[in-house]
Design a protein around this ligand. Structure first.
Ligand SMILES: Cc1cc2nc3c(=O)[nH]c(=O)nc-3n(C[C@H](O)[C@H](O)[C@H](O)COP(=O)(O)OP(=O)(O)OC[C@H]3O[C@@H](n4cnc5c(N)ncnc54)[C@H](O)[C@@H]3O)c2cc1C
Length: 379
């Protein structure tokens, strides 16, 4: 009998983590990626402690740390009043070997994962998966160019997943009433807004915002009406940035994108011999940086369970891992990211006092950060 063959659709952070996890266990893996190369789009930029631990076990965290910036704290700020509270991740020292967040774009992780794949793993770029058919204990995976036989398929092909659509799986949930505008700027915001941290959630009932440092620049995330034309929003951006900090001249904007934001989840993360993970299985708003992180956690948990099953463990183990990851997506990731959104928009002095008290109390900070950084979601 030939060795089991797993086909992974999508060479994003989730698909490549799943491929690496399986390959390290000796499983034969082929990755099919629709793009001609790895995506370079500016998206996730925060790595939480448990993700760093997983990447450490895969032998890639040191390179990521070299390319990223360590953020030991993050801030909650009031747009008018400045700092509300600074939370220090050092309180997680008992919980993790990495008591900090790493600021680094996901497009810097994917080449690291790709380079770490053992020589036996085939990554085929320019192969868009468009359909699947179950044939006995196998699955035929159709791309524009070939049909491949797989024993198992991993759908890690993002929010518009062709694998999920081929299975006819629902993707129920909600769309936010506003779009999010992300601008990368070439400005020294430490000088313009003295005392800010590398990660800042800025509360304002009229216009909340997030300020994030990445290795090369600052990113500003702003809510934007759902229905105004993109060109109107582009034209308004310089004025909106001037309202964040008046530099006495227009901000240098390197890049800006508008995103529609959803919270959606598919019914089952395992359907027969197909596993859905990452954005293919669940999406959430980006506040708190949970999407890619939880997707990487899906990849490690489900690919490890699949490797166990391929080595003879009961099949139920994989079903249980898939169920557990769906529970985490709904009860933990979606709830936390939605709470983060609600809090940014609220004008609630009592909440500010609560956050100040939290920051002043190491035990309470630790409990809060264990949840915010996804540590509790893994226990
Ligand atoms: C503005 C923004 C900011 C964000 N910030 C954060 C953050 O700070 N922290 C965080 O954790 N998350 C964040 N996220 C979410 C994060 O980007 C996603 O959760 C993450 O990219 C999911 O990874 P993935 O590998 O599942 O999917 P993707 O990154 O979308 O990768 C999917 C891959 O599959 C390929 N593909 C698609 N269709 C096919 C097909 N039919 N056949 C073959 N290949 C295919 C794509 O080309 C792509 O390479 C943010 C998202 C946005 C939009």
């Amino acid at each position: 009998m030939s060795a089991p063959h797993v086909v992974v659709a999508g060479a994003g952070p989730v698909g490549l983590t799943a491929a690496l996890t399986l390959a390290r266990r000796g499983v034969t893996v082929t990755v099919l990626e629709q793009g001609a190369e790895l995506a370079t789009e500016s998206r996730a930029s925060t790595f939480h402690p448990p993700t760093l631990e997983m990447l450490d076990r895969l032998g890639v965290v040191r390179t990521l740390l070299d390319r990223g910036i360590i953020a030991s704290t993050f801030q909650y700020r009031d747009r008018r009043g400045g700092e509300i509270a600074t939370l220090d991740l050092a309180v997680l020292a008992e919980d993790t070997a990495f008591p900090f967040r790493v600021q680094c774009e996901q497009s810097r992780l994917t080449p690291i994962l790709l380079d770490a794949l053992p020589p036996g793993v085939e990554v085929r770029f320019g192969h868009r998966v468009h359909d699947l058919t179950a044939v006995g204990d196998s699955v035929l995976v159709y791309t524009d160019r070939v049909a491949l036989r797989a024993d198992w398929v991993i759908g890690a092909d993002g929010a518009h997943s062709a694998v999920r659509r081929a299975l006819g799986a629902a993707f129920d949930g909600t769309t936010y009433p506003e779009r999010f505008l992300v601008a990368s700027v070439d400005e020294d915001l430490d000088a313009a807004l003295p005392g800010i941290a590398l990660i800042n959630y800025v509360f304002d009932p009229r216009e909340w915002l997030v300020l994030l440092r990445t290795p090369q620049h600052w990113r500003v995330l702003l809510p934007t009406p759902a229905d105004t034309p993109d060109e109107v929003e582009s034209a308004r951006l310089p004025e909106r940035l001037r309202d964040v900090a008046d530099l006495g001249r227009p901000w240098r904007i390197l890049h800006a994108s508008l995103y529609r934001v959803h919270q959606r989840v598919t019914d089952r993360f395992r359907i027969g011999r197909v596993l859905l993970m990452g954005d293919a299985a669940h999406v959430n708003n980006p506040l708190g940086g949970l999407g890619m992180n939880s997707g990487i956690h899906d990849a490690v948990a489900m690919a490890t369970a699949l490797a166990d099953v391929l080595e003879g463990a009961p099949d139920d183990l994989l079903t249980a891992a898939a169920r557990r990851r769906r529970t985490v997506a709904v009860d933990h990731v979606q709830r936390t990211s939605h709470d983060n959104w609600s809090r940014l928009r609220a004008d609630d002095a009592a909440e500010h006092d609560r956050l100040r008290a939290l920051a002043a109390d190491p035990a309470a900070s630790r409990a809060y950060l264990r949840r915010a950084c996804l540590i509790d979601s893994l226990s």
